[in-house]
Design a protein around this ligand. Structure first.
Ligand code: ADP
Ligand code: MG
Length: 620
């Protein structure tokens, strides 16, 4: 019940807000952080037909953002107008709004940015002899020097609205968001060159794809530059036009979908490598995301997220882009047709590759994927779903010699040895299908899911170690790696590693930047030292950044240790010796809650001799 006394607010007169306050309020919708500014300025440069764009950031863009382009420029007489609200060169009527093909059209971005930061515009329009600089705060325009194009300078973001400045994260995190904004635009425009500077250092440079390279080939080059050659090697090209029945009068298909989708092995814990574009505009759209994920339903388990760069092109009249202030959301007039087209496009592509048109290179050793199947040289992609290696959560990794370090002598006995009464899970007989251990006890046959069982054992060990001796949580015992293990990482993974060193240390992990695109793992929890280390590092970074506000202790109490255990447990298809199998059975007996894996599935089953007798109608 609400016990607060009811206080009637004093009535105040209604009055129109001043222009500056209106702009500042409106700016809240457009500019959330430096990355939003970067995005708007890139939109403008692209709309101006730029072929080369340079982005310079200082302190993650909080101190300064500069975007330079070689586009058509702004006439000196229009410089001041560009900063006004609702002033745009891109549309002039409702009819134009309904068919808009430029990225901008609201005439709001520069005005919004101007209201919350100190800005300057320098521009030399095509055909003009001089460049002019407009200082936005003083309104002064003077001659300047530069070639054709525009430079927008944005200084001290949120200087006038300190409350909003407080919501910004560390410079490294803001930089990661800015880089992501550049990445999104760059993928859609291979014909435009991009350079990105941070605090005076060149951090990214993507050359423009010159004609005649275009379409799929240009995208391939840009994807390789931006996301790495692994993405291209382990993804499938897609080019799909919605069926002929839906063709428009002029013969062009209504929906054209093209791009690349990663093979299922590239799937990630987070949806951070999903790039979807509608008519060249990066969007976050539930219809598209759902359609793409559902195409993977048969081949991806649980929450795994596919990776892709997909471009949907359709008649602009069948699309409403004016539904979100930053235009990151769109509305389709015909969303079920779009959903179906995208789902079919992705499903067909995956199915074709299964039929044998897989990329030639195996995924082995790639920093993005480590797959046991591929390292054996066998088909890298499950041929059909009965294939055991394709099963489920067995995310397959090279864990050769996983158990050698563990005591394997205790409990080991030759097959057929007398079954001891204090060994309820009995003696191992054999391994079945690379997944199950068959054992014999006094009652009959025991079948153990080796990954599930080992995962539980590792999880319980992590929990005990983390709980420490009672005086608060302990650091997980950590083991340095002889050679650091490096892997290609996204900007946000790198930012997370840099900001969460303490949390990582508590978890027994040492992960630090190795280069602008690479992280190095230097130490891992000893309980997981022989597991899938890169998978472990990625999963932990994903959880830490997703739950940035929770403490490690909270996370550990929830799913984090369980996720970690999954990466340390033995995978399917690893051949175990009888001694190793027996060692596992003995560890299970010694582990609390060993009957169930961390996800609540049983780890073992028994079939009594009596049941077996029943099957064969013995003793009737
Ligand atoms: P919008 O992009 O929605 O039109 P903006 O506030 O982003 O609104 O920009 C206002 C206008 O300023 C644009 O319509 C365009 O004419 C001009 N402009 C902004 N940036 C550039 C640029 N980099 N090159 C050329 N013109 C630009
Ligand atoms: Mg704009």
């Amino acid at each position: 019940m609400n016990t607060q006394p009811l206080i009637l607010p004093e009535r105040r007169a209604i009055c129109a807000l001043g222009d500056e306050l209106i702009s500042q309020i409106a700016a809240g919708e457009v500019v959330e952080r430096p990355a939003s500014v970067v995005r708007e300025l890139l939109d403008n440069a692209l709309d101006a037909g730029a072929s080369q764009i340079t982005v310079r950031l200082t302190a993650g863009g909080v101190r300064q953002i500069v975007v330079e382009d070689d586009g058509m420029g702004i006439l000196p007489g229009e410089l001041a107008l560009a900063l006004q609200r609702h002033a745009t060169s891109k549309i002039a009527s409702l009819a134009e709004l309904e068919r808009v093909s430029s990225l901008g059209f609201r005439g709001e971005a520069l005005a919004a940015i101007h209201s919350i930061a100190e800005c300057a515009l320098v521009s030399r329009a095509a055909g003009q002899e001089h460049a002019y600089r407009l200082d936005a705060s003083s309104g002064e325009v003077r001659l300047a020097a530069r070639g054709q194009g525009t430079t927008v300078e944005v200084n001290e973001l949120f200087f006038s609205t300190p409350a909003r400045r407080k919501f910004l994260k560390t410079d490294a995190t803001e930089l990661a968001h800015c880089m992501e904004a550049v990445r999104r635009q760059a993928l859609a425009r291979p014909q435009v060159g991009f350079s990105l500077w941070a605090d005076g250092k060149l951090v990214e440079q993507w050359r423009r794809c010159e004609a005649p390279m275009h379409g799929a080939a240009a995208l391939e080059q840009r994807l390789a530059d931006v996301l790495g050659s692994d993405f291209v090697e382990h993804s499938l090209a897609l080019d799909y036009r919605a069926n002929a029945a839906q063709r428009q009068a002029d013969g062009t298909p209504q929906i054209h979908i093209w791009g690349r989708v990663g093979v299922p092995e590239l799937a990630r814990a987070r949806a951070d490598l999903q790039f979807a574009y509608v008519n060249g505009r990066f969007v976050r759209d539930k219809v598209l995301a759902h359609a793409a994920r559902s195409a993977f339903d048969d081949v991806l388990h649980g929450q795994r997220q596919p990776v892709y760069a997909l471009f949907v092109e359709l008649d602009p009249a069948r699309l409403d882009v004016n539904v979100h202030p930053t235009k990151i959301e769109v509305r389709f007039r015909d969303s079920s047709a779009v959903h179906q087209a995208l789902r079919n496009a992705v499903q067909d592509t995956l199915a074709e590759s299964r039929a044998g048109n897989a990329p030639a290179t195996p995924v082995a050793g790639s920093p993005m994927v480590v797959s046991e199947r591929s390292s054996t040289g066998a088909a890298w992609w499950p041929q059909n779903r009965l294939d055991f290696a394709a099963r489920s959560d067995h995310c397959l990794s090279d864990v050769a010699a996983l158990w050698q370090a563990q005591p394997i002598t205790d409990g080991a006995a030759p097959p057929g040895a007398a079954v001891s009464a204090d060994e309820p899970l009995g003696q191992a007989l054999a391994q079945l299908a690379g997944i199950y251990i068959l054992a014999e006890n006094a009652q009959g046959l025991i079948v153990v899911d080796m990954h599930a069982a080992h995962e539980r054992i590792v999880y319980e060990r992590l929990k005990t170690q983390f709980a420490g001796s009672g005086a608060g949580p302990a650091r997980l015992p950590s083991q340095p790696l002889l050679l650091p293990l490096t892997f290609a990482a996204s900007a946000s993974e790198i930012a997370c590693a840099q900001t969460q060193t303490d949390a990582l240390a508590l978890l027994g992990l040492d992960i630090s930047a190795f280069s602008a695109h690479t992280l190095a793992v230097r130490a891992v929890p000893s309980a997981l030292a022989r597991g899938d280390i890169v998978g472990l590092a990625r999963a932990v970074l994903a959880e830490l950044s997703e739950h940035a506000t929770s403490s490690v202790i909270e996370l550990a109490h929830n799913d984090l240790l369980s996720t970690m255990a999954c990466h340390g447990a033995v995978r399917a298809n690893r051949q175990l010796t009888l001694m190793e199998m027996n060692a596992l059975l003995r560890q299970m007996e010694a582990t609390e809650r060993a009957d169930q894996c961390n996800h609540g599935r049983p780890t073992w089953h028994s079939i009594s001799v009596k049941e077996l007798d029943g099957w064969f109608m013995r003793g009737r």
